[in-house]
Write a protein that binds this ligand. Structure first.
Ligand SMILES: Cc1cc2nc3c(=O)[nH]c(=O)nc-3n(C[C@H](O)[C@H](O)[C@H](O)COP(=O)(O)O)c2cc1C
Length: 130
């Protein structure tokens, strides 16, 4: 059974190396463990969409929640899904650096079709926060 999580967290002093390490771990683990998703970072906060087998995903969420590189993990959405919405993304990195006007447009083009409309809205709203 597949499920999906969307969460936000806080990491105000994350170094470039720490960010790279998180992405390297995700790139190494996720294909083998069947996790897919996307990771946004705006310089202070993360937003991550994660998909995978429910039991394995719960275990990953609990590891991520205890990861000292960020804090205040708040789950915005957790639901069963029929199909993966982003099967091709081992962990897509989204860098938020464009002007606010461009961010929404760029991300809108990138986000997968099958995404729940509330989940899509939360991702887009996060992307335009300053
Ligand atoms: C914001 C954030 C996102 C993360 N995303 C993933 C992920 O998608 N996959 C993953 O395996 N670990 C992710 N991690 C790292 C986990 O917290 C944990 O360090 C890692 O899963 C342990 O990997 P290991 O079992 O290879 O030691 C993330 C950590 C943070 C802070």
């Amino acid at each position: 059974m597949l499920s999906q999580y969307l969460y936000i967290s806080t990491a105000p002093n994350l170094s470039r190396d720490e960010m790279d390490a998180i992405l390297a771990t995700s790139a190494r683990n996720n294909p083998a463990r069947g996790f897919t998703g996307l990771l946004l970072y705006n310089g202070r906060n993360f937003l991550q969409l994660l998909e995978g087998e429910a039991e394995a995903l719960d275990a990953l969420m609990s590891r991520i929640s205890n990861d000292p590189r960020h804090n205040g993990v708040s789950v915005l959405h957790n639901s069963r899904i029929e199909d993966r919405t982003c099967p091709q993304w081992a962990m897509k990195r989204v860098i938020i650096s464009e002007s606010i006007a461009n961010r929404k447009q760029l991300l809108e083009q990138d986000l997968p079709e099958g995404l729940d409309k509330d989940v899509r809205k939360m991702i887009l709203n996060f992307a335009v926060l300053n």
